[in-house]
Design a protein around this ligand. Structure first.
Ligand code: SF4
Ligand code: SF4
Ligand code: FES
Length: 900
C-alpha cells in the first residue's frame, strides 16, 4: 500500500495503479471519458485533469491527466485546485462544441455519462453559436443504433470493438474535426459483442436498437438482478420492465463472471418473454370437445391431482433451462426414481462425466475472470465463440497475459493501454485450438488443428502423455501430430496458470476424458491447472447435480410402465428424434406440459400450465463453473402465469396431507439444501425474503419512476396496490431502502450525480474490482484432492469411409439456442441451413457452394445447400444444430451425402 495525498489529506491506496483509479476507488468524483476500468488508459480526452505537486512545499504544481499518472508513495494531488477545475471545465466545453445537445430525443438521456460529467464539471451554459459539424449515420444491423453527431471522440468504442473484442469491421475514419466511428459502409456489425458499445460509449452515439421499439427512460424501468439464460455461462444481467413487458437487458457487473460485458445473444435474446406465443392461462383438454380449453388455476391443479390419483406411475421429465427449484419440485412430486433429466442420453452422460471430473479430480473449474488470467490455453473440441460467447471474450484477454511481461520489463504499467499495446505489438501468449471446424478465435491462436472428434481426443491424450508418462499414450500417432502435442505440452507446462477448455458440444466422451487427462497431468506436481467444460444450457450443471437418467430412459419407462408424464420447461423434440418422442407421448394416457411458450411438445399435451420465464420468476441456476446464482422477478407474473416450482408445490400440497407446502422460495431452497450436501451453499447465495435494511425492502423501481398513478388508468383510476413478493427482499414499488443493498440484490446501478452505468464505480470495493461485500453466487463444485487416475481408453484413429461422412454438430451463437431466436434481431442474424464439407469432398461430390445435396442420416433425408469450408477435415461434414428448421439429431453420426 502507498500513502498519497488528495487536497492535503492522506489516503492509503494500492501502489502502482493510476490516480484516476485511486481517486474513484476512494469515492471522489472526478470526470473522465476515455478511461474505462476494463480497457485501461490512453489519455485521449483530457477530462480527468488534476493538479500534481512535487511535495508539500510545492505551491504551483502542474496539471496532469489522472488516468495517465501512477499513484506512488507520497504522490500529492489536488482535485479541487481552481486551475484543475478550470481546465476540466474548458475540456468539456470544447468536447460539447459539436455535440447536438439533443438530450430530450436521445435514447441515452437520463443514463448518459456525458450528461453526468457536464453537470459534474459545472459546464451548464453553451456559448458556441456556430453551425455544428454533422455526420451521416449508418445502419449497423438489428442490435445497435448509430447517431454519430453525438460523438465526443473519446475512442472507447473502437478500443473496445477492435482491441478488446477482436472485431475487424469497425474503425475510426477520417481526421481533424471529422473523425468518424463506424463501419467502412452500412452493414451489420459482425462482432458477437457489438451490443457492449451501447454501454461503453459515454454518449448516445450507440444505443440499443431493440429498446427503440418500446423505448423507456432508465428512470421509468422496473429492474431486478437476474442471470442470462441463453447459454451456460450465467452472465449477470439487469432486465428492465415497463407496462408488463420486458424492454431491454443490461449488464450487471460480477467481477468473477462477466465483468462489464455481455454477448449479443445475452443482451438481445430477451423478446420471447413478450411473445404472442406465451401461454398465459392453463389449458385443459376437455373430454367433450377433445380440444384444449382455457381454465382456472384451481381447475388445472384439480386436473393434475386427478391425473396423479388415476395413474400410479407418473414420471417427470426435467429441464436444463429450468431452475434448480423447478427441477427439484418436479422430482419431489414424482419421486426421485421417476424423475428424468430432460436431455439426450449422450448429453446426460457427457455432462455427468464433466461434473464428476470437476468434483473428483484435482483440476479447478475456473470463473470467467480466472480464464482471463490464464497464460497458456488448450481448447479441445469447442467452438467457444458460438457455444459460450463470453468465454471467447475472456480468451481474447488471456492471450495478453504472457506478452504483458514485455511491458513489465519496460516498466509500463498494465493500465497504460496504448503504451502496452505499442510495446507488445502482435505478440500473443499460447492458445492452441483443436476443433472440427474453423473458429472465430483462430486469428489469435498460436496453432490450430482440425480433425474428427476422435482425432482431437487423441491429440489431447498425446498432450497428457507428453506431460506425464503415467497418462496413456495413443498408438500410431503421425509424427506431425505428436510434435504438435509436444509443443502444446511444453507451452502448458511453462505457464503459471495453464487452462484446458473442452465440453460436451462435440458429443465425444473421449474428448472430455482427454481434456481431464491433460489438466490432471498438469496438476500432478501440485501445480494449479484450470479445467473449463462448456455445457449446453443455463442450468445444465444444476440438472446434472439434481440427477436422474436421460430422456431416452424416460421414454422407455413411458412406453412400458408409466401412463402419465409431466414435462417441465422442455420441448422434448429438441432432445430426441421426432419418431421416438411421438411414439412415447402417444402411449401416455396423459401428457402434462409446464412451459412458457407453445412448442411441439405442448401440442401433444392434455394439460398445459403457464410457466413464468426468468423475468417473472425467482430461482437459482448453476453455471458451467458450478456457481449457483440467484435470479429475481423483474415483472410480476400476469394472468395465470406462475413459477414452475410454485405450480408443482401447489400440486404436492393438494395431493399429500403429510406435505408441508413451500410457501416461498426460501422454503423450497431449504428443502433442496437438506436433500444433499452439495446444495448446502445455495442458502448463502442471497439474503432470505425476510431480509430488510432499516426495516425496508429494496425497491425495484427507482425513486424517479414516473406515471405510477396514471399508467393503469385505463383499467382503474385508483392506483393499484403493488404486487406482493413473498419470495425476496425486493419490492414492486418505488418505496424502500435506496442505499447500497447486498451485491446479490442490486436492482440497478445508480448513485447521486452518476446516472449512467459508470455509477458502478460506487458499488465496487475498488474500481474494476469485486462488488462491495463480494461477488454474487456460491460455488457448488470444487475440485477433489484425490490422487490422479488417468482415463485409459484412447479412441482408435479416425478412418474415413468411402461412401459416408461423419456428420458433426456445428453451433451458432444466433440460431442454435431455443428461446433467444424468438427475438427478431437474433432471428435476423440466425444461421441458415447448410452442410459444410471440405473442398476436396465438395469436388468428390461434384458440388459447388450453395448447390443442394441430399443428406441421409439416422433414417431421414434432408435437402441442404453445401458450404465449402476448407477447415473441415476430409470425410467429415458439419451440420448446424439447434436451428428451428432442423429436427434433433444425435451427433456425431455417419450419414450419406449425394448431389441432388
Ligand atoms: S462513438 Fe462514443 S465511444 Fe466512440 S469515440 Fe464517440 S463518444 Fe467515444
Ligand atoms: S455468454 Fe452466455 S450467459 Fe453470457 S451473455 Fe452471452 S448468452 Fe448470456
Ligand atoms: S480519462 Fe483521462 S484523459 Fe481521458
Amino acid at each position: 500500500m502507498a500513502t498519497f495525498y488528495i487536497d492535503n489529506q492522506p489516503y492509503a491506496v494500492e501502489a502502482g495503479n493510476n490516480l484516476l483509479h485511486a481517486c474513484l476507488s476512494l469515492g471522489f468524483d472526478l470526470p473522465y471519458f476515455c478511461w474505462h476500468p476494463a480497457l485501461g488508459s490512453v489519455g485521449a480526452c483530457r477530462q480527468c485533469a488534476i493538479k500534481q505537486f512535487k511535495d508539500e512545499n510545492d505551491t504551483h504544481g502542474k496539471i496532469v491527466m489522472a488516468c495517465m499518472t501512477p499513484a506512488t508513495e507520497g504522490t500529492r494531488v489536488s482535485i479541487d485546485d481552481p486551475e484543475a477545475k478550470q481546465f476540466r471545465s474548458s475540456v468539456i466545453e470544447w468536447l460539447m462544441m459539436n455535440h447536438p445537445h439533443d438530450c430530450p430525443v436521445c435514447d441515452e438521456g437520463g443514463e448518459c455519462h456525458l450528461q453526468d460529467m457536464t453537470v459534474m464539471t459545472g459546464h451548464t451554459y453553451r456559448e458556441f453559436r456556430f453551425p455544428k459539424r454533422t455526420f451521416t449515420n449508418q445502419d449497423l444491423g438489428p442490435f445497435v443504433n448509430h447517431e454519430m453527431n453525438r460523438c465526443i471522440e473519446c475512442y472507447r468504442c473502437v478500443r473496445f470493438y477492435r482491441d478488446f473484442a477482436g472485431g475487424r469491421d469497425f474503425d475510426v475514419f477520417a481526421a481533424h474535426d471529422h473523425v468518424y466511428f463506424g463501419r467502412h459502409e452500412d452493414g451489420t456489425l459482425e462482432n458477437e459483442f457489438s451490443g457492449n458499445l451501447v454501454e461503453v460509449c459515454p454518449t448516445g452515439v450507440f444505443t440499443d436498437k431493440t429498446l427503440k421499439k418500446h423505448y423507456t427512460r432508465k428512470w421509468d424501468l422496473q429492474t431486478a438482478p437476474s442471470v442470462c439464460v441463453n447459454c451456460a455461462l450465467g452472465c449477470n444481467t439487469i432486465p428492465g420492465e415497463r407496462y408488463g413487458t420486458l424492454r431491454r437487458i443490461r449488464n450487471r457487473f460480477n467481477h468473477a463472471v462477466n465483468g462489464y460485458f455481455l454477448c449479443d445473444r445475452g443482451r438481445y435474446g430477451y423478446e420471447f418473454v413478450n411473445s404472442e406465443k406465451r401461454i398465459r392461462q392453463p389449458l385443459i383438454k376437455k373430454e367433450r370437445s377433445g380440444q384444449l380449453e382455457t381454465d382456472s388455476q384451481h381447475s388445472a391443479i384439480e386436473k393434475l391431482k386427478e391425473i396423479l390419483a388415476d395413474n400410479s406411475n407418473v414420471i417427470g421429465i426435467g429441464s436444463p433451462r429450468a431452475s434448480l427449484e423447478a427441477n427439484f419440485a418436479l422430482r419431489s412430486l414424482v419421486g426421485p426414481e421417476h424423475f428424468f433429466q430432460g436431455v439426450s442420453e449422450r448429453e446426460t452422460r457427457l455432462t455427468s462425466l464433466a461434473l464428476k471430473i470437476l468434483q473428483q479430480g484435482p483440476a479447478r473449474s475456473p470463473s470467467l475472470h480466472d480464464v482471463q488470467l490464464a497464460d497458456a490455453v488448450l481448447v479441445l473440441g469447442e467452438d467457444v465463440t458460438n457455444v459460450a460467447p463470453m468465454l471467447a471474450l475472456a480468451l481474447r484477454q488471456a492471450v495478453r497475459r504472457q506478452p504483458m511481461k514485455i511491458a513489465e520489463r519496460l516498466r509500463i504499467p498494465e493500465w497504460d493501454d496504448a503504451a502496452v499495446r505499442e510495446a507488445v505489438q502482435q505478440e500473443r501468449g499460447p492458445l492452441f485450438i483443436a476443433t472440427t471446424a474453423g473458429t472465430k478465435l483462430d486469428d489469435i491462436a498460436t496453432e490450430t488443428y482440425r480433425a474428427a472428434p476422435d482425432e482431437l481426443a487423441r491429440l489431447g491424450f498425446a498432450v497428457a502423455h507428453a506431460l506425464s508418462s503415467d497418462a496413456p499414450k495413443p498408438a500410431g500417432m503421425p509424427d506431425a501430430v505428436t510434435a504438435l502435442a509436444n509443443r502444446i505440452a511444453t507451452a502448458l507446462k511453462g505457464a503459471e496458470r495453464p487452462l484446458v477448455i473442452s465440453g460436451v458440444s462435440c458429443g465425444c466422451e473421449a474428448m472430455v476424458q482427454a481434456a481431464a487427462n491433460v489438466a490432471w497431468a498438469l496438476c500432478s506436481d501440485n501445480r494449479r491447472a484450470d479445467l473449463c467444460f462448456a455445457v449446453r444450457e443455463c442450468n445444465s450443471l444444476g440438472l446434472a447435480l439434481t440427477g436422474g437418467e436421460s430422456i431416452n430412459s424416460a421414454f422407455e419407462i413411458l412406453m412400458n410402465k408409466a401412463s402419465a408424464v409431466i414435462v417441465l420447461e422442455n420441448d422434448l423434440y429438441r432432445h430426441a428424434d421426432s419418431a421416438t418422442v411421438d411414439a412415447a407421448l402417444a402411449t401416455a394416457k396423459y401428457v402434462v406440459a409446464i412451459d412458457h411458450l407453445e412448442n411441439a411438445t405442448t401440442t401433444k399435451a392434455d394439460l398445459i400450465l403457464p410457466a413464468a420465464t426468468f423475468a417473472e420468476s425467482d430461482g437459482t441456476l448453476v453455471n458451467n463453473e458450478g456457481r449457483a446464482q440467484r435470479f429475481y422477478q423483474v415483472l410480476s407474473p400476469q394472468d395465470d402465469i406462475q413459477e414452475s416450482w410454485r405450480w408443482l408445490g401447489d400440486t404436492i400440497k393438494a395431493t399429500r396431507d403429510d406435505f408441508e407446502a413451500w410457501s416461498n422460495l426460501d422454503e423450497i431452497d431449504s428443502a433442496l439444501a437438506s436433500t444433499r450436501r452439495v446444495f448446502g451453499p445455495i442458502l448463502q447465495i442471497a439474503p432470505p425474503a425476510s431480509f430488510r435494511i432499516v426495516g425496508q425492502k429494496i425497491p425495484r423501481q427507482p425513486h424517479r419512476y414516473s406515471g405510477r398513478t396514471a399508467m393503469l388508468a385505463q383499467i382503474s383510476v385508483h392506483e393499484p396496490k403493488p404486487p406482493a413478493d413473498p419470495d425476496s427482499p425486493l419490492s414492486f414499488s418505488m418505496e424502500g431502502y435506496e442505499g447500497d443493498p447486498p451485491a446479490s440484490l442490486i436492482p440497478r446501478f445508480w448513485a447521486p450525480g452518476w446516472n449512467s452505468i459508470q455509477s458502478l464505480n460506487k458499488f465496487q470495493s475498488e474500481v474494476g474490482g469485486s462488488l462491495n461485500g463480494g461477488d454474487p453466487g456460491q460455488r457448488l463444485v470444487e475440485s477433489g484432492h484425490t490422487g490422479v487416475k488417468f482415463f485409459g481408453e484412447v479412441p482408435n484413429a479416425f478412418e474415413r469411409r468411402s461412401d459416408e461422412w461423419l456428420i458433426v454438430p456445428l453451433y451458432h451463437i444466433f440460431g442454435s439456442e431455443e428461446l433467444s431466436v424468438l427475438s427478431t434481431g437474433v432471428a435476423e442474424r440466425a444461421s441458415q441451413l447448410y452442410i459444410a464439407v471440405n473442398d476436396d469432398d465438395a469436388t468428390r461430390l461434384r458440388v459447388n457452394d450453395g448447390e443442394q445435396v441430399e443428406l441421409n442420416l439416422q433414417g431421414s433425408s434432408y435437402c441442404l445447400p453445401v458450404k465449402r469450408q476448407p477447415a473441415i477435415p476430409k470425410g467429415v461434414a458439419g451440420l448446424p444444430v439447434g436451428l428451428r428448421e432442423l429436427p434433433f439429431m444425435d451427433l456425431p453420426s455417419w450419414g450419406k451425402i449425394a448431389k441432388l
